[in-house]
Design a protein around this ligand. Structure first.
Ligand SMILES: C[S@@+](CC[C@H](N)C(=O)[O-])C[C@H]1O[C@@H](n2cnc3c(N)ncnc32)[C@H](O)[C@@H]1O
Length: 275
């Protein structure tokens, strides 16, 4: 494949991911109210960045505004540069964030180098597994002040050292069991986690090319309701499979009855500094 067509297909994939998240915006915002894991992750990024003492912070791939909202309520002096490409996410974020303290950019993470601005810190919660990190490092580096920091987290499946940890979190075996109970055929699952996990060395090398130095890698482990994964899956209207009609809500309810208790979820924080 030529470089141009490889770029085109990556671009198409990025647009597809954004369009999916656009359609999930409302459901995602409801999921945030129900499960605390995203706020726990966001608060850890804020704490690691000491963001409440920063003058300017970019919330990259900010979704419906979770991290920015937390930061604005904790800091009177921080100005937020809020970046999110999905229009419906942006609408929700605008409803939640103080416009006097927030500048909104409807843009992809790879496009921030087009804006004429510099910030002290860039934070990104629960999103960098969705992007081409090599390109994002380049644009992040352009926007960061010298000495500025880029902090993001990855779910266990996107990092080589933790990729094997989440086997018990897979919702598919539970759904298979329930679909069988309902005499439904098991669908062919598309593997959204098929992207090769990043290794520490790969991240270090990609970032170094953009003058970003990897300073810290921190593993966090949290107990989580196993029901979270059923709720997450059920945001997607075609899961567990299309055409279930009224049965869908019964199947999801039954899966939640089976999938009880707690599991441990691992997330990883990365801190890069502009050299
Ligand atoms: C799981 S949500 C996380 C949102 C938010 N950071 C939070 O903590 O609630 C992932 C977000 O990444 C955004 N996203 C997907 N691809 C992106 C890209 N290429 N550039 C910037 N954001 C992207 C989606 O639109 C979505 O809002």
């Amino acid at each position: 494949m030529s470089k141009d067509s490889a770029n085109n297909s990556q671009e198409k994939q990025a647009e597809q991911i954004i369009s999916t998240w656009d359609s999930l915006a409302l459901a995602y915002d409801r999921l945030l109210e129900k499960h605390s894991i995203f706020s726990v992750m966001a608060s850890r990024l804020i704490e690691l960045a000491n963001a409440t003492s920063c003058e300017s912070v970019m919330d990259l791939a900010g979704g419906s505004g979770l991290l920015s909202k937390m930061l604005l309520s904790a800091s009177a002096k921080t100005k937020i540069y809020f970046v999110e490409p999905a229009p419906q996410m942006m609408t929700l974020a605008k409803q939640q964030l103080d416009p006097a303290k927030t500048i909104f950019y409807q843009a992809k993470a790879t496009e921030i180098d087009k804006f004429d601005l510099k910030v002290d810190a860039i934070l990104s919660n629960a999103a960098m597994h969705l992007v081409d990190l090599e390109k994002v490092f380049k644009s992040v580096s352009t926007v960061l002040e010298a000495g500025g920091i880029f902090i993001f987290n990855l779910w266990w499946h996107a990092f080589e050292e933790t990729a094997q940890e989440g086997k018990s979190l897979d919702w598919r075996p539970v759904l298979e069991k329930v679909l069988k109970e309902y005499n439904e055929e098991i669908p062919k699952w598309s593997n959204s986690k098929s992207k090769k996990p990043y290794s520490r060395e790969m991240l270090r090398e990609l970032a170094t090319r953009s003058r970003l130095k990897l300073e810290r890698v921190i593993l966090d482990r949290d107990p989580i309701d196993r029901n979270f994964f059923i709720d997450f899956m059920s945001m997607y209207p075609d899961l567990p499979k299309a055409g279930l009609g009224d049965k869908r809500s019964q199947i999801i309810q039954r899966a939640k009855e089976i999938c009880t208790g707690k599991a441990i979820v691992t997330t990883v924080r990365f801190l890069f500094r502009k050299t």
